[in-house]
Design a protein around this ligand. Structure first.
Ligand code: TYC
Length: 144
């Protein structure tokens, strides 16, 4: 709506300036602005040619993402880790086995990349489930 008024305003401004051949007085502009707004509201529709793509005033920033890393330990059974990767991180069986082996050999592995809330939730689900089963399995998160 704002950009539409802006476009219409600009167009009228131009025509008025052409007519007046000088700066258009502010009070004249005011009347036109009010009329334009009224017409747009009454019409309640936007014609295709009136749509203007204006540069957004505020650049939207992509939210930060977080890697959820799973850490190796000597006690959590391999099949428990695989089932967590499948259930909590929606990995296929093959992928879960690969990630689990990578953690086992390298010390850690990436379970997935999520927004902050989702990463925190997944970590607490993994931790709760591991503690209930008395395993020391741990995850940490790291900003991408
Ligand atoms: N190292 C464990 C074992 O030999 C297996 C394991 C894999 C544990 C990955 C944790 O995040 C882990 N049973």
């Amino acid at each position: 709506m704002a950009s539409l008024i802006h476009k219409a305003d600009w167009t009228f401004n131009w025509h008025l300036q052409e007519t007046f051949k000088k700066e258009v007085p502010e009070n004249v502009l005011e009347v036109f602005r009010a009329e334009i707004e009224e017409q747009i509201i009454i019409r309640g529709e936007v014609k295709q040619e009136e749509l203007v793509i204006t540069k957004p005033q505020v650049k939207l920033k992509r939210p930060p993402f977080y890697k959820v890393l799973m850490l190796n330990d000597d006690y959590t059974p391999m099949d428990f880790v695989v089932s967590i990767l499948k259930e909590v991180f929606h990995q296929s069986h093959e992928k879960a086995v690969d990630v689990m082996l990578q953690i086992h050999h390298q010390g850690f592995g990436i379970c997935g990349i999520f927004t902050k809330d989702v990463a925190e939730t997944k970590i607490s689900i993994v931790t709760d489930c591991a503690r209930k089963n008395e395993f020391p399995l741990r995850c940490v998160m790291e900003e991408e």
